[in-house]
Design a protein around this ligand. Structure first.
Ligand code: PMP
Length: 284
């Protein structure tokens, strides 16, 4: 049992109900945000709210709440939570429509759901690294929008799991763009490379943090995708996201990445991320 916020009310999740006419349910006409919480405080909340506004603007849904209101709702949900590491989930749909008429959107009031859930990161995976599967990106062309319509991502992740891998790395136009639920960094010829922030990727907040950290410690970072052909020469590779943080990838399909161990750049970024997190939590 957990408390959630739904359209102005704080309710037990078993009592929170959304209409079958809600456009989020019918058409996936909705966007979302996921914010990590460390020791009770949302990390980079302002940036997550910026991205939420960008996603909403891109699909022409008015942002229903101001930054202060989002922060108050989140604080209230977290005040009732026990434990330290959570993620906050925000979902905004275009609202409850008129039957299945996709075109009638005038005057709808967005449906707003905010919930929290505990996160536990598998630290053994972080130390050893994961296997990934390389798959052609089957998603739509506006991956910059954090849309709840995640069918493509779900199918790709399923395919990866069926192949014994923990993440799908996606190829579009012959280039490595992102993971099915993560951004990707690769070390090639001593340069840390990640795909540029265009429509083919979600502009991950963790990606942004990693670029900052890498620049601050003198690592040469370039927002330039690695091609599928270059993958065989990549020395290191890792994925990142708000809920998984930084995870080394040591094998892609049957091929080892580098010497199949988390490499020095990856380990440095993991250390820097852990230090940033510790500072945020007030541990150091
Ligand atoms: N790309 C995709 C497709 C994702 O689903 C996610 C996770 N939401 C990310 C990248 C990483 O974004 P963030 O660091 O903001 O969690």
């Amino acid at each position: 049992m957990a408390t959630v916020y739904l359209d102005g009310n704080f309710l037990d999740d078993s009592e929170a109900k959304v209409s079958i006419h809600d456009r989020g349910f019918l058409f996936g006409d909705a966007v979302y945000e996921v914010v990590p919480v460390y020791r009770g405080n949302p990390f980079r909340l302002a940036r997550h709210l910026d991205r939420l506004r960008e996603s909403l603007a891109a699909v022409a849904i008015d942002c229903p709440l101001g930054d202060g209101e989002w922060a108050t709702i989140i604080a209230r949900l977290l005040a009732e939570a026990h434990g330290h590491e959570y993620s906050v989930y925000i979902q905004v749909t275009r609202g409850v429509g008129v039957g299945r008429d996709a075109t009638r959107t005038q005057g709808l009031r967005p449906t707003v759901l905010v919930s929290i859930s505990p996160v536990s990161i598998d630290r053994t995976l972080l130390a050893s690294g994961i296997r990934a599967a390389l798959l052609e990106d089957i998603r739509w062309h506006h991956c910059r929008i954090k849309a709840t319509a995640l069918l493509g991502n779900v199918l790709l992740r399923r395919e990866a799991l069926q192949r014994g891998a923990a993440e799908a790395l996606l190829i579009r136009d012959g280039e490595l763009t992102e993971g099915s639920s993560s951004n990707v960094f690769a070390v090639l010829d001593g340069v840390l490379r990640t795909a540029p922030p265009d429509e083919r990727i979600l502009r991950g907040i963790t990606r942004e943090v990693i670029i900052e950290l890498a620049c601050a410690c003198g690592i040469d970072v370039r927002e330039q995708a690695v091609s599928a052909a270059q993958l065989a020469s990549v020395q290191e590779l890792f994925i990142c996201s708000s809920v998984r943080e930084v995870v080394p990838v040591i094998q892609i399909d049957a091929n080892a990445v580098g010497d199949a161990r988390p490499g020095p750049v990856t380990r440095r970024i993991m250390q820097e991320f852990a230090a940033l997190k510790a500072r945020f939590k007030g541990d150091s």
